[in-house]
Design a protein. Structure first.
Length: 511
């Protein structure tokens, strides 16, 4: 790694390798060493522009590979050409790579002038920037590193305390420990009296942290705990996006869902769930078709949670989840975190030339209330589509109680790309963070159920029309994460700031 070009190559390899740790590839063990070459390369680069470039390059490969699927919706439904839609993905990947570019800059700045090991310096900086990425400019928490471990159940149980960012921290810390083997040799050549005690202490603390996390995971996975029974059926209509909003196909779409619902009744569910925006017309109680739907629900006597674009009293529209019970709406949740350019156009006066993906209705209006619905068996929160990616949003439904989470989505926009698989995997973390089973209904898939430990119970395949029923255990436990949120991330941010503010002159002069 003596030449700059070789270091950039290792950065690119690290970024490309990370892509395969996420769904649908799920080669999650790679994440535990994929970043190490990148970290070692940063040690030899002079602080400043070159370190930023290496971080940017790593991030570009990482994020282009995990978000390429956005071109599908832009090209097939947004009216953009193939070249322009791919260019949009390049812009998005470049924006996201700025965060890893800053990581490269800050890590290089610190690791070249500290006795602290990379296994501590790297994770606190990484998590700080990952958390900022989740909320800056409305936030885009896609491909958060911790999500790569959704199948590693023993390690993700810690998320009920740290959130998904704690898993990211542990992954980067292990990569840092591997990198320290090479970085320490370099530092000892540069400074023969370099104290290795800091690194050795870091290895000991990291080993203890990993053992604690695995031990806690073992406890949570073997400790079943009490729970009340709940049986839920999800309906996957598999309606193409171009067909759903075709006025000539509305009756057909509604008929598909009604027939699937009738079939689900043979499973005797306590709740039936339809996907996001499954109703092919706006929900308006004065509409005879809505009245027919309410009558059907009253006849079957099973509560139905349906996704629909809802016309409110002020004439504006919301992306809503509506619980029908006893033939009338018993609960309504309006989506709080809307998708920019998908459900509304931000800075519309400036971006007047930009249209959102769906022109079925005008710009949607965001909801504001973290309300829970209720059926006889218990209370539930709802996350609509993109909201499942925001742990801080979902936990607010359960900070004072609640029994289970329902997430409804319409991933038809993304075809059979990796997008729906990645979106599906995030639900496992929301289950663990809040210790609530998660019920997922998706228009074209993947629909399924997760236990409160994040274990996948059942799932459908992509692009199939069917219902799926599962028996779940629910409780009203409130986790540390549900109650207090991202305290672990705040600790990382404070630690990262402290690294640069409280560096003593003695350490500065040491090198």
């Amino acid at each position: 790694m003596r030449n700059g070009g070789g270091r950039y190559l290792w950065a690119a390899i690290s970024g490309a390798t990370l892509v395969f740790t996420f769904a649908p590839f799920n080669v999650y063990p790679l994440a535990w060493f994929a970043l190490a070459p990148f970290l070692v390369a940063l040690k030899g680069l002079p602080k400043g522009t070159k370190a930023f470039k290496a971080g940017f390059l790593m991030g570009f490969f990482y994020f282009f590979g995990t978000t390429y699927w956005i071109y599908h919706s832009m090209h097939d439904y947004g009216g953009m050409g193939l070249v322009s839609s791919l260019f949009f993905v390049v812009l998005l990947a470049s924006y996201l790579a700025l965060y890893t570019g800053f990581f490269g800059y800050l890590f290089s700045l610190k690791i070249n002038h500290t006795r602290l090991p990379a296994l501590f310096v790297a994770p606190v900086i990484w998590v700080s920037l990952e958390y900022l990425r989740s909320y800056m400019l409305t936030g885009f928490p896609w491909a958060t590193l911790g999500y790569s471990q959704w199948k590693f159940l023993y390690i993700i149980q810690m998320a009920d305390t740290t959130g998904v960012y704690g898993v990211s921290f542990l992954i980067v810390a292990v990569n840092g420990a591997i990198a320290d083997l090479f970085i320490m040799k370099k530092k000892m050549r540069e400074m023969p009296l370099f104290p290795v005690s800091y690194t050795m202490a870091g290895y000991f603390l990291l080993a203890a942290f990993v053992m604690l996390a695995l031990g806690y995971g073992e406890f949570r996975l073997t400790h079943k705990g009490a729970g009340l029974p709940l049986r839920v059926s999800v309906v996957q209509g598999n309606i193409d996006e171009a067909e759903k909003w075709n006025v000539n196909r509305q009756d057909h779409v509604l008929d598909v869902y009604e027939k699937l619902t009738e079939g689900a009744l043979f499973e005797s569910p306590n709740l039936i769930v339809w996907p996001e925006a499954s109703l092919p017309f706006p929900f308006d109680e004065n509409d005879p078709r809505v009245q027919q739907l309410e009558k059907m629900q009253n006849t079957i006597s099973v509560p139905m949670l349906i996704g629909a674009v809802r016309q409110k009293k002020d004439g504006k529209y919301a992306n809503s989840a509506i619980l029908l019970d006893q033939g009338k709406p018993a609960f309504v949740y309006d989506k709080i975190h809307l998708v920019p350019f998908g459900e509304y156009v931000p800075l519309k006066r400036v971006l007047f030339f930009v249209n959102k993906l769906s022109d079925a209705v005008g710009d949607l209006e965001a909801g504001h209330e973290y309300t829970r619905g209720s059926i006889r068996q218990g209370d539930f929160g709802v996350a609509i589509c993109y909201e499942i990616a925001f742990p801080g949003l979902v936990r607010k439904f359960f900070k004072d109680g609640g029994n289970f989470l329902v997430t409804i989505t319409n991933d038809a926009w993304f075809g059979k790309s990796s997008g729906p698989y990645q979106n599906f995997s995030m639900a496992a973390f929301r289950a663990v963070e809040n210790r609530k089973p998660v019920i997922r209904a998706a228009n074209t898939g993947i629909s399924g159920f997760f236990s409160r430990s994040g274990r996948l119970i059942k799932k459908t395949h992509m692009l199939e029309r069917r219902t799926l029923t599962a028996d779940l255990k629910i409780n009203n436990r409130i986790t540390f994460y549900s109650r207090f949120g991202d305290l672990f991330s705040y600790f990382c941010i404070l630690s990262a700031i402290s690294l640069f503010i409280f560096t003593g002159e003695k350490e500065k002069n040491y090198f």
